[in-house]
Design a protein. Sequence first.
Length: 457
Amino acid sequence: MARTPESSSPRGAKRGRRVLTVLIALVVPALIVLGALVAWRSSQRNAQPADSDLLQHVHHYGDENGSAATDPIKRGMYLARAGDCIACHTAQGGKPFAGGLGLNTPFGVIVSSNITPDPQYGIGNWTGAQFLDAVKNGVAPHGKLLYPAMPYNLYARVSDRDLLDILAYLKTVPAVAEAPPDNQLPFPFNIRLMMFGWNLLFFNPTPFHPNPSQSVEWNRGMYLVDGLGHCTACHSGKNALGGDTDYLQGYDLEGWHAPEITGNRYTGIGSWSDDDFIAYLKTGGNRFSVAAGSMGEAVSNSTQYLSTADLKAIGLYLKSLPGSGLSAPQPVAATDPAMTLGSELYRTNCIACHKSNGDGVDAMVPSLANNPGVRATGANNVLRTILVGGRGAATASNPTSAQMPAFAWKLSDADVAAIATFIRNSWGNAATAVDAAQVGSLRSSLKAQSFAGTHAP
């Protein structure tokens, strides 16, 4: 006798109804949450600032500021420099704005696009609306979702006029008929549709809203820091999915530590004067620090061209932020073996340039004394500079800059750790000790030269 299929039996029908009920119970709430998220983000995007007059003053701040120019192309060039567009959209040795630079992320390598006016490979055929949609919403023509390595999540705060003037300037640069290489992203990160979910979770599209309780200057600083300056891209922490955390309180990336840049006097810039801050971003160095690495490139390509008024506004805003609240721990005792070895190695290798008191040379050799960058929670900058050396930013006022040689060949991991510990706990500094394992890990990731000796020199 033929057996009745289970699905047609009362028991099978009951089971089917249960499955359907479970699916409805899961899908309907998910759709409701999704719809609420979409509606919430849409309301953020359409939010209007309460003080439109203050907003206009912020956008047109400063007499000597290029943003106050009436010529869109001249104004756009100034703003493109403020946004440091050339840094990411120019490969090493490549043509300006032609893209092709590989940006290393925890998810793979994202390659920057060609933003020259070439009609095939660049943005020559883009309309103003398409440009705004890409830069402010992360959606390129034909609905292509961009990765937030292009910080549209921050550029959403930039005014339409500022961005359209940047487009006017970019349309004047030499066109380059070259297609950048493809991204190098493994599955599933190569699926751009995933950015829809990331945007719902982490992309706040609210336009810039000035704070009416603060001055125009303070608001101008916030506008530049949170928008074109995209400072949080490097100086804020990141969660496991790449969303920003710990606003401007420092972050490790690509072997560097982007330091805290808040008013915290221990690890931030609270002890810097206005002149210190302006000198650092205008010339590449001050009595505390010399810009190197990615920050050196930012000074060379971007901040040296900003007006003094804009730089002062940025400093005013940053120093008003309370920051991490970190305070100095007890310094490592001078009698600690690491401090004893570090002191000896410092005298042998470092004293000629950095001096016995750690003062260095203003704007050339950074001071190590009472230096917030030296005592940062992440010691990578100190370790990296000892291992592979570095060159300061080259600017109009300092075209040659200074260079520190690499010591990876000369110093063992234990030696480097001892010097770093000594520096981080001398001349008014206090920070956690560094161990040889930290140095070895960084040496390996940087592919720095191996120690050539068998003992400390």
